[in-house]
Design a protein around this ligand. Structure first.
Ligand code: BDR
Ligand code: CA
Length: 311
């Protein structure tokens, strides 16, 4: 089985992924850690608690980053995920509350308790992972692997021509996480834009998810309106679920190994730059960062089938 901590900013596609993390028989969800991103961090925490309660499976929720490490915080654009992060649908009240520990401390404690076992799956801006690394640098050797949804290699960006939202929202944190010496896979837009969750897929998902299904379907309708306008597709890209799909079904993705860096300042801030392993450059800076794995594409139909089957 796969013990994971799921770091998230729910967020409509985050909600779908959380439902998978809660439902998949091979995933042992140790907790949800929250960050600002699609919404402010208090809303993200609220939504994480709510989704776990609606799924009928209570997991720890630890609140984390309220803002980027260095750059000024941008207000989240409410037309993508809604003011409440879940497509502005009416939500039932929550009963539980977040841990007293911060997200970064939660990550550190869990990883130290089970060295070599835990995968960190991060699908929002990367402040919590960056802070955990800063507070306890030894976790790099104790985390089994890190899987992030974010960035892009050839696909271009979705916030600027070159920057994907999770990296753009905290480029300094992303730089630390993507260049740390731990095994890491980046599942970015090159893979997630190949996947379209259609209305018929969401109908099937909602039917299998009880009370949680209403929230997934209602928020999906709002999010899909954005995608129809932005990309001209009938449905949405289930970005964050793709990180879990890669974890469980890596054979559905094409990958390449190499060095990643993140542009942290200027017009290209938030861009991820990738150099294939072994490719010689005159400027040797490239060879100094650890080799990571990057998803260069996906069998989108099979990934969406996996999502629907899981839910
Ligand atoms: C990523 O940005 C967020 O809006 C989504 O939840 C996803 O994590 C896609 O670029
Ligand atoms: Ca997200």
């Amino acid at each position: 089985s796969y013990p994971i901590i799921f770091d998230t900013d729910p967020g409509v596609d985050d909600a779908q992924a959380i439902a998978i993390a809660l439902a998949h028989p091979e995933i042992e969800l140790l907790g949800l850690t929250t960050t600002y991103g699609n919404v402010d961090v208090e809303t993200a925490t609220h939504n994480a608690l709510l989704l776990s309660e609606l799924a009928g499976k209570i997991v720890s929720v630890a609140q984390g980053a309220a803002a980027p490490l260095v750059k000024a915080k941008h207000p989240a654009p409410a037309f993508i995920h809604g003011e409440n992060g879940l497509g502005n649908i009416d939500l039932p009240p929550i009963k539980g509350q977040a841990e007293a520990r911060s997200a970064a401390q939660f990550i550190i404690d869990q990883v130290n308790a089970r060295p070599g076992e835990i995968t960190l799956v991060a699908v929002g801006p990367l402040g919590n992972l960056a802070t955990a690394l800063q507070l306890d640098p030894n976790i790099v050797t104790k985390v089994k692997q890190v899987v992030i949804m974010g960035g892009s290699v050839k696909e271009g960006g979705n916030v600027t021509p070159v920057a994907e939202a999770n990296i753009f929202n905290d480029p300094h944190a992303a730089s630390r996480v993507l260049t740390a010496d731990w095994p890491l896979t980046m599942v970015g837009l090159d893979a997630t834009h190949r996947c379209v969750l259609r209305p018929v897929d969401m109908e099937a998902i909602a039917a299998g998810q009880g009370r949680l299904g209403n929230v997934l379907a209602g928020s999906y309708a709002f999010y899909s309106d954005f995608y129809r306008g932005a990309l001209g597709i009938d449905g949405c890209c289930p970005h964050d679920s793709c990180a879990l799909a890669w974890l469980i079904k890596p054979e559905l993705f094409t990958t390449a190994r190499g060095h990643l860096t993140v542009i942290t300042e200027g017009d290209a801030e938030g861009q991820t730059v990738f150099a294939l392993e072994g490719r010689p450059f005159i400027d040797e800076r490239w060879a100094r960062t650890p080799v990571v794995e990057v998803c260069t594409g996906a069998d989108g139909k099979a990934v969406v089938e996996w999502i629907v089957d899981t839910l």
